[in-house]
Ligand binder design. Structure first.
Ligand SMILES: C[S@@+](CC[C@H](N)C(=O)[O-])C[C@H]1O[C@@H](n2cnc3c(N)ncnc32)[C@H](O)[C@@H]1O
Length: 199
């Protein structure tokens, strides 16, 4: 027994998450895109936008220390219907420890056709992108859009961002865009955008 109260355990988990996140940011700032994990307010806003049919999964790309994953579970996504993809092995290992029952894939969100099990192709209700796409050249952004389209045709994805305007040049990427949420209770304040293939 740790002897800690529930709030003490939550504080310790927050400190562990922040330390791991910051260490990874020091190692590769462009891959992380942020120095600290998303806030509870942002995680809850994202969880509130998720939709899926009973046989579909929620696909979280770039799960980091799992703050959004936990908000998704708290919002009612069953663990077996949550699939998270994280490229950093140390973070994927951490996610497996803290997210029992969740399908944690240590893989590349730009290679979903390869890294997502075939049985899940076409069975994605909502894809959530945590990867800092705004920092990438448009060719890379296009590769990401195509990677999602390959496994979740027509679904598009949610993207959270610190930008005030759309972080993606959606017209050039063949997408439509809508800002679905904003919260000042994040550092920095953040928006959630929904992108879908333009009709
Ligand atoms: C801004 S952090 C978001 C972490 C977490 N979702 C949150 O909101 O706090 C970006 C995460 O994406 C991961 N990542 C970056 N490129 C990736 C890729 N190509 N495939 C999968 N994960 C990637 C990073 O390792 C990092 O954990």
């Amino acid at each position: 027994m740790s002897g800690l109260t529930a709030s003490g355990q939550a504080d310790r988990r927050t400190a562990t998450n922040a330390a791991l996140f910051f260490r990874r940011w020091l190692a590769n700032p462009l891959q992380m895109g942020s120095v600290i994990p998303s806030s509870p307010s942002l995680c809850n806003r994202i969880a509130g936008l998720v939709t899926r049919a009973p046989d579909e999964v929620v696909l979280e790309l770039g799960a980091g220390t799992g703050v959004i994953s936990r908000a998704l579970l708290a919002a009612g996504v069953p663990p077996e219907k949550l699939v998270v993809v994280e490229i950093v092995p140390e973070m994927a290992e951490h996610l497996r420890e803290i997210l029992p029952g969740v399908n944690v894939i240590c893989g590349d969100a730009f290679e979903l056709a390869r890294d997502l099990p075939q049985r899940l192709h076409g069975r994605v209700g909502t894809a959530i992108c945590g990867i800092p796409l705004v920092l990438l050249p448009i060719e890379q952004q296009r590769r990401f859009v195509q990677a999602v389209e390959a496994v979740a045709p027509g679904k598009g994805f949610l993207l959270y961002t610190y930008c005030i305007t759309s972080p993606l040049p959606y017209g050039k990427l063949g997408l439509s865009a809508r800002r679905e949420a904003w919260t000042p209770l994040n550092f920095p304040p953040a928006s959630v955008w929904q992108y879908q293939p333009a009709r």
